[in-house]
Every structure is written in C-alpha cells, then in structure tokens.
Write a protein that binds this ligand. Structure first.
Ligand code: HEC
Length: 304
C-alpha cells in the first residue's frame, strides 16, 4: 500500500482533548492518535494490525502526536507500508471482476466505466481507477463540501459510514448522491447493480488474522520491526514501547504451550519444551534490547 493513500495529515489542534475512554480516538472515519487517547502509541499501532487495511484510508496524527514522537510516527509508517488489502476472490488482475461475481455485479461493473451523460470525460472509474486500487491520487469535488482525495473502494464494505464526514450509512445512499450530483438519471435496477458491484469490490476475506501461533508470530515480528527504525534513531521511548508490547505478546504466546510439568496434557513433551524455550529466548533478548536502549547503549541494542 502506498503511504500516500494514508493521508498522514496534521489537523488543527482540537479545542478539547478527547476523553481517555474515547479510544481509539475516532472522529468519523479518521483514526487519530493523541497522547490523551487513553492508549499509548504502541497500543494504537497494534490496532492497525494487518488485515485492517480497509479501515485505514485515513490516518491522522495530531500535531501534538507528531512533535511528541516523530520517530515513532516513522516506525508506524514503516509498519503500515507492509499492510496490504485483504484478498478478494471476486476481483482479478487489473481490478476486474472474476467469474465468481454474480450477474448484478457484472452489470454494475459496466455502469461503473460508462461515461456520465452530462460529462462524457467522467465516469465512476475515471476517479476510482480499477487497475490502480480504485484511486486516482487526486483531490476531487464531488459535491460533498469541498475537495477530497478519492478514497479506495477495496475492502470498503467494512468502512461505513462513508464520505469524509461519515454522512452515508450504506452504498445505496452513496450511489444516490452521485446520481443526484452528476445528473446520472439512474433507474432502480442501475442503482442496485452499482451497489452489487461496490459490494463485490469492497469485499475482503478474513478481516482479522486467524488466530494461531504462526499468524501471531508474524504479527509480533512485524511489530518488532519498528525497532529497526527506533534503535538507529536512538529513540528510547519508542524502543521501550516496542519492547514492552512485543514482550508481553511473546509471554502470552509462551503460555499457550502447556508447561512440561502440566499433567493435564499428555505427550508432546519435547515439542512443548522447545517451543517455550525458543520463545523465552526471544523474551530475554528483547529485555536486553530494552535495557541497552534505556541506558543509551544503542550499539549493543542493535547487535541483539
Ligand atoms: C470526480 C471523481 C469521482 C467520481 C466520478 C466518482 N467518485 Fe466516488 N468518490 C470520490 C471522492 C472524492 C469521494 C470522497 C468524498 C468525500 O469524502 O466527501 C468518493 C467517495 C465514494 C464512495 C465512498 C467511499 C468511502 O470510503 O467513503 C463510494 C462507495 C464511491 N465514491 C463510489 C462511486 C461510484 C459508484 C461512482 C459512480 C456513480 C463514483 N464514486 C464516482 C470521487 C469520485
């Protein structure tokens, strides 16, 4: 995913910080991290877990967040760059529907690329370019109160409410908006076909990673990669955050392997012992990184 898609912008400071139980600080669709959000930067970053890319069309970091932790923000960006869209079996190469999509969606796809009657240079697809993740990287005025960057339609089924201010609850309302603003004169069949198409495009398998040791470890490793930015940058605060978060995740994972002493489980003694030992080794290594980082021994932290 292109970082440009994330709209890392810095909105004007809020008059009043959000209350601590208002987490994640949600302002319509925007995810906002703020020191008063009731979560720390590490927790916030974890909320951006792989598979939630559909929700990440807007990430706003407050000015304060940026000053507070410029390097941490860099780390988050690195982490987010690895997040990709969820797989969607109804979409093939070039953003074209596959045979798995039904007839209504197929008809909707044709409408999506059809030139608008009053402006033949324009179509839905002219802005939401199917072969380019349904964006054109431009700010457009679609009669919603100003210029807004064209949002992606991939994995958007889980993104309601729609538009920058969350004014629409569903695709029917969005299609009615475009119909009205661009004078499309769509019949009810056209509208429902477009909605079927949006739904096919906006689908995504497994909104959350299946739970298990391998996906958990992958996620932990991704998160730990923040360290490769924070250590060279000598950012003690981020190092501590990452070490704490990854450490507690690893400990939790270790506990999933019943201890060899545990008599309620039989068998797999060697495997359990090895798994626990390997994870414990990682936890200890992390602690050394944390310690070295906290006292300014960044070279030592880096060699770990
Ligand atoms: C001129 C460029 C342009 C055209 C043409 C266009 N869109 Fe959009 N679309 C946008 C922009 C910009 C937004 C965001 C508006 C906002 O946030 O206020 C948007 C928002 C959306 C959304 C909501 C996505 C979200 O996550 O909030 C959907 C769905 C959508 N468009 C579908 C369509 C369909 C269907 C058509 C054709 C009938 C269409 N668009 C035509 C630029 C365009």
């Amino acid at each position: 995913m292109n970082v440009d898609d994330l709209r890392l912008t810095f909105p004007p400071k809020r008059a009043r910080p959000p209350s601590r139980n208002d987490w994640p600080c949600r302002d319509h669709k925007k995810l906002v991290w703020h020191p008063d959000c009731g979560s720390d930067l590490a927790e916030f970053t974890r909320d951006l877990a792989p598979g939630r890319a559909g929700i990440l069309t807007d990430i706003h970091l407050t000015e304060q967040a940026e000053r507070h932790n410029a390097v941490g923000v860099g780390g988050i960006v690195v982490y987010i760059q690895d997040i990709d869209f969820l797989p969607n079996p109804r979409l093939g190469p070039g953003g074209r529907l596959t045979a798995q999509a039904d007839d209504a969606a197929q008809r909707g796809e044709r409408l999506f690329t059809k030139p608008f009657p009053h402006d033949p240079g324009l179509s839905c697809a002219a802005c939401h370019i199917p072969s380019a993740a349904f964006v054109d990287h431009q700010q457009r005025d679609v009669g919603s109160g100003g210029l807004f960057k064209t949002p992606t339609l991939l994995n958007a089924n889980s993104n309601a409410p729609y538009f920058h201010d969350g004014r629409y609850d569903n695709y029917d309302q969005v299609v009615a908006h475009f119909d009205r603003v661009f004078g499309l004169d769509l019949g009810s069949q056209d509208r429902s076909d477009l909605v079927a198409y949006m739904t096919a495009v906006g689908d995504g398998l497994q909104p959350y990673e299946p739970d298990g040791v391998i996906p958990r470890l992958t996620e932990i490793t991704d998160f730990a990669s923040v360290l490769s930015t924070a250590i060279p940058a000598h950012d003690t605060e981020v190092i501590t955050l990452a070490v704490d978060t990854v450490g507690s995740e690893l400990c939790e994972l270790t506990e999933r392997f019943p201890a060899p002493k545990n008599t309620s489980v039989s068998g797999g003694w060697d495997e359990r012992r090895l798994a626990r030992a390997a994870l414990k080794g990682l936890v200890l290594c992390l602690r050394r990184i944390g310690l070295a980082g906290s006292v300014g021994h960044f070279d030592e932290a880096a060699t770990e």
